[in-house]
Design a protein around this ligand. Structure first.
Ligand code: ZN
Length: 149
């Protein structure tokens, strides 16, 4: 394992343990609008519930809870950190960047800097079965936002 892979693995393990933004009960909805969604990844057994709190078109908080593998839980934790305070168009752009990264199939790609800790999942693209784990929370957030009236 090279140094970068080791660093990335450490970031994933730390986030899987710390779970920023989880559980939901410890992160009550903030004033304004809230939307929720659930996602299940049958291949791995991961389950996640997300709640996105919004003030007009900016995320004020991304709270979630779930159970599953380290990759799915860590990805949700990283996303919670990234999304807080982020305008929705920027979140949509970031989600596309992350999705592109997951589609790299292990190829060496330039990781956009604004993905911050989400860059740690670059290596996951080598393992098609785990891409769903990494994408689960991102997909749940997209699904929640799609329910906005
Ligand atoms: Zn998983």
């Amino acid at each position: 394992m090279n140094e970068l892979d080791a660093l990335y693995q450490q970031i994933i393990l730390e986030h899987a343990k710390a779970r920023h933004g989880s559980p939901l009960a410890e992160h009550p909805a903030m004033s304004g609008e809230s939307v929720s969604a659930q996602q299940h990844n049958p291949t791995c057994g991961d389950r996640i519930s997300v709640r996105v709190d919004l003030d007009s078109d900016t995320v004020t908080q991304l709270a979630w809870e779930g159970e599953g593998c380290s990759i799915s839980m860590a990805s949700a934790s990283v996303l919670s950190d990234l999304a807080a305070g982020m305008p929705l168009p920027e979140l949509a752009r970031l989600t596309e960047e992350f999705r592109e990264l997951m589609r790299a199939k292990g190829a060496q790609v330039d990781v956009p800097e604004d993905l911050e800790d989400a860059a740690a999942f670059a290596g996951v693209s080598k393992f098609p079965a785990r891409v769903k784990c990494a994408m689960l929370s991102w997909t749940a957030v997209e699904q929640a936002l799609a329910t906005r009236k």
